[in-house]
Design a binder for this molecule. Structure first.
Ligand code: B12
Ligand code: SF4
Ligand code: SF4
Length: 308
C-alpha cells in the first residue's frame, strides 16, 4: 500500500525496510576514524544516532525508501542532481503527500517522519535493504532500469509497513555481482578517490571539494577541478547501468534552473545577496556563496572551457 502510494507520486522505485539497525554502521565508523570525511565534522557529530533508526523516530519499525530520478542529462559544470528544483524540496513534498494518503489508513496516533538527507540516516543502506537496487563499486545505490542518477528519501513510521526480512549478508554486498568484472568507475575517477570499493576518500572527491570544502584550494585540488562549479558525475556517467536517456522524474526538463552549465564569469561576480536570490531554492545553496565564487574563479583561471 505504501509502495504503490509512493509509485503513484512519480518515484522511480520504492520499497519497505522493516528492521531496526543498520548493518553498515561499523564500516561507516571505520571510515570516519580514518578521517575519510575530511572537514565534514557534522558526520562525526551525528555518527551515534546513525546506529539505530529509533533514534530518529522513537519506536520506528518500518522505513519506506524512495528513489527519485533527477532530471536533465549530458555534460555540464553542475552535477545532474543539482540541476532544476532542489531535490530535497521535491522529494519532501511528494513524500508528504504520501503521508496524507497513509494517515487515513492507519490508527490515529501513528507517527510519520519524512527525511531527505535531513536526518542521521545511512540512506543507501536503507534503500538497499528496502530492495530498491544494489550498491555499485562506485558506492552509488543503483536502481535497475533507472540507474544511479537517483536521489533518495525516506518515510519513517512506528507502524509495520510490511514483514521483517533478514539483514543482508555483508560479504554478498561487497562481492558486487551486478558489476562483475567492470571497474570503469574506479578507473575513471579523475583523482583516484576510491579506497576499497565502495568506499571513497571524500577529501579527494571533486564533489566534496566543490560543495563541502571551505577555504582556498591546494594546488593539486585546483588542477583536478577541470572547470567544475558544483559536484562531479564521472563515476556515474561511465557506468553501464545508467540508461542513455534520462529517466523522467516529473520535472519539466526544458525549464531547469540551475541548468547544466553556469557561466563562471557571472558566478564569480555574485555577492552574498545575489547568490541568495539566485540559488536559495536550489541544491547549489549548499556550496555557500564564497565556496561557489571560489570554484568559479578557479574555473576561469584553470579551465575557461569547462570540464572536458
Ligand atoms: C557525506 C555524503 C557525501 C560525501 C561522501 C560520499 C561517500 N561516498 O561517502 C561527498 C560530498 C563526497 C558526496 C558525494 C556525492 N553524493 Co553524497 N551524500 C553524503 C551523505 C550525506 C552521507 C553519506 C555517508 O554517510 N558516507 C559515508 C559512507 C561510508 O557511507 P554511504 O555513502 O552511506 O555508502 C556506503 C554504504 O551504504 C555502503 N553499504 C551499504 N550497505 C552496506 C552493507 C555493508 C555490510 C557494508 C560493508 C557497506 C554497505 O556502501 C556505500 C559505499 O560508500 C548521503 C546522505 C545520507 N544521509 O546517507 C549523501 C548521498 C550518499 N549522496 C548522494 C549523491 C547524489 C552524491 C553525488 C552523486 C553528488 C554529485 N554528483 O556530486 C556524489 C557521489 C560520490 C560517490 N561516488 O559516492 C546521494 C546518493 C544517491 C545514490 N543513488 O546512491 C545521497 C544518498 C543523498 C540523497 N539523499 O540522495 N556525498
Ligand atoms: S564523484 Fe567524481 S571525484 Fe568523486 S569519486 Fe566519483 S568520479 Fe571521483
Ligand atoms: S561503472 Fe562498472 S564497476 Fe562501477 S558501479 Fe557501474 S557497473 Fe559497477
Amino acid at each position: 500500500m505504501a509502495i504503490s502510494a509512493a509509485m503513484a507520486h512519480g518515484f522511480a522505485a520504492a520499497g519497505v525496510l522493516v528492521g531496526r539497525n543498520p548493518v553498515s554502521w561499523t564500516s561507516f565508523r571505520e571510515w570516519l576514524d580514518d578521517g575519510s570525511h575530511g572537514e565534514m565534522e557534522w558526520l562525526e557529530r551525528d555518527s551515534e544516532p546513525r546506529r539505530d533508526f529509533a533514534q530518529i523516530l522513537p519506536y520506528c519499525t518500518s522505513i519506506l525508501s524512495v528513489a527519485y530520478a533527477v532530471p536533465g542529462g549530458g555534460a555540464g559544470n553542475v552535477a545532474r542532481y543539482a540541476r532544476g528544483d532542489d531535490y530535497h524540496r521535491v522529494v519532501r513534498s511528494r513524500l508528504k503527500e504520501v503521508v496524507q494518503e497513509l494517515r487515513s489508513r492507519f490508527p490515529s496516533g501513528t507517527h510519520f517522519r519524512v527525511c531527505v538527507d535531513t536526518a542521521p540516516l545511512l540512506e543507501r543502506e536503507v534503500a538497499l535493504r528496502a530492495g530498491l537496487g544494489f550498491i555499485g563499486k562506485n558506492g552509488m545505490l543503483i536502481v535497475p532500469g533507472a540507474g544511479s542518477h537517483v536521489v533518495l528519501g525516506e518515510l519513517l513510521t512506528d507502524v509495520p509497513l510490511g514483514t521483517p526480512v533478514a539483514a543482508p549478508d555483508p560479504s554478498a554486498i561487497l562481492r558486487f555481482e551486478r558489476c562483475g568484472e567492470c571497474r570503469a568507475c574506479l578507473d575513471s575517477c579523475p583523482t583516484g578517490a576510491f579506497l576499497a570499493p565502495p568506499f571513497l576518500d571524500a577529501r579527494k572527491c571533486l564533489s566534496y571539494l566543490t560543495i563541502e570544502k571551505r577555504g582556498p584550494f591546494e594546488k593539486w585540488e585546483r588542477d583536478a577541478l577541470d572547470g567544475r562549479l558544483f559536484g562531479c558525475d564521472v563515476c556515474q556517467d561511465v557506468c553501464p547501468w545508467n540508461p542513455p536517456a534520462p529517466v523522467s522524474g516529473g520535472t519539466d526538463g526544458d525549464h531547469l534552473f540551475p541548468p547544466a552549465w553556469l557561466d563562471p564569469a557571472k558566478v564569480a561576480e555574485l555577492d552574498a545577496a545575489a547568490f541568495r536570490r539566485t540559488f536559495f531554492r536550489t541544491a547549489v545553496w549548499r556550496a555557500t556563496s564564497s565556496g561557489l565564487a571560489r570554484n568559479a574563479r578557479e574555473a576561469l583561471e584553470t579551465s575557461p572551457g569547462g570540464p572536458r
